[in-house]
Design a protein around this ligand. Structure first.
Ligand code: ACO
Length: 326
């Protein structure tokens, strides 16, 4: 059975770094409150002329360079985003054009903070079904544009950025244990729309005709997140028969350090094996996992052959996990 193998990672961050103290100068909040409740120290915010497609294209180019491939090698482009440049065409189509390629499918995946894991699932299915050979899977957001900058309970939590991976369809080597071969070993996705009211944006082209602002009941979201994340992580492990101890790295969605720690604790994984970037990136929604993955690949923590558990939960609710042997 063919599988999707990771060939390269890349990322892009806007230049402007906004610290908690910067926010405290204009909102009734403090560095101490934000650090203690979330682990966040700073976030990057895109300037007015930078769009999601700009960040996505930069991350994609970096992933292609890491893979040693020209854009022409790609025949599927997916962008996971909740902040597309336009209502249509999809941001993925804009990225495809900027990379100088055309013809293969390109579309956006909307699953908010779980968007990257959802897009991995879609790409993996299409690659394994023979509908594409090499995919760019990108998570990219200018999430700052959805924030109510008067609402201290949400404005301090998010940031902008993009991350990308290149996946290639390959036949696994004839190994005794296919779990030892590189590639996506398992992926599970879930959604439950009954909780829309706990985390949503209060506008859209088909309802208000506006973009809307993010609204969240933080405490409730926290509770659901830890439960759902731990449960879906167990599912992918059970599917492969691999024990928790086999995981080299967890690359979680970077929403909040307390959610990351509580989930790791529930899984029985030490924090030394968890990649954390939330302190510098804050929550970049669909971009957070590929941003964290790229950071840990580039600094040499994540190495070829290691087993990574990717997990995310976000608005919808949506949630999912993937087991990837890098
Ligand atoms: N600065 C100072 N005080 C604040 C701030 C702020 N930025 N925001 C809220 N407060 C105040 C509240 O007004 C409240 O004051 P009160 O007691 O006088 O009413 C007090 O702090 C406590 O507020 P809570 O919302 O109950 O604080 P909590 O301990 O739950 O922490 C937080 C809030 C950080 C949002 C937490 O609930 C959380 O992390 N939730 C997870 C949400 C999340 O990360 N979502 C991301 C999207 S979903 C996902 O990616 C998983």
């Amino acid at each position: 059975m063919p599988r999707s193998v990771l060939l390269g990672t890349g990322s892009a961050l806007p230049a402007t770094r906004v610290t908690n103290d910067d926010l405290a100068a204009r909102l009734d909040t403090s560095d101490a409150w934000i650090r203690e409740r979330t682990g966040i120290v700073a976030r990057r915010i895109a300037d007015a002329s930078t769009t999601t497609a700009d960040l996505a294209t930069e991350a994609a180019a970096a992933a292609l360079a890491a893979a040693g491939l020209p854009p022409q090698a790609i025949d599927l482009v997916l962008v996971a985003t909740a902040t597309p440049d336009l209502t249509f065409p999809a941001t993925a189509v804009r990225v495809q054009a900027r990379l100088g390629i055309a013809g293969g499918p390109a579309f956006d995946v909307a699953a908010v903070c779980s968007g990257f894991v959802y897009a991995l699932g879609v790409a993996d299915s299409m690659l394994r079904a023979g509908q594409a050979t090499r995919a760019l899977v990108i998570g990219a957001e200018t999430f700052s544009r959805l924030l109510d900058w008067e609402d201290r309970s949400t404005a301090v939590l998010f940031g902008d950025g993009a991350g990308a991976v290149v996946l290639e369809r390959r036949d696994p080597p004839e190994a005794d244990d296919v779990r030892a071969a590189r590639g996506l070993l398992a992926i599970r996705l879930h959604a439950d729309g009954r909780h829309e009211g706990l985390l949503h944006v209060d506008g859209g082209p088909g309802s208000t005709g506006t973009v809307g602002k993010l609204r969240m009941a933080g405490r409730e979201v926290f509770r659901h997140a830890v439960h759902n994340l731990a449960s879906v992580c167990h599912e992918v492990l059970e599917e492969t028969g691999l024990p928790i101890a086999a995981i080299d790295w967890v690359v979680p969605h970077q929403a909040n350090l307390r959610i990351i720690e509580a989930t790791a604790r529930k899984l029985g994984l030490p924090m030394e094996r968890v990649v954390v970037t939330v302190h510098e990136h804050a929550n970049t929604s669909a971009a957070s996992i590929p941003l964290a993955l790229d950071a840990a690949v580039r600094d040499g923590r994540i190495r070829e052959g290691q087993l990574c558990l990717l997990e995310a939960m976000g608005g919808g609710f949506t949630w999912g996990a993937a087991l990837l042997r890098v």
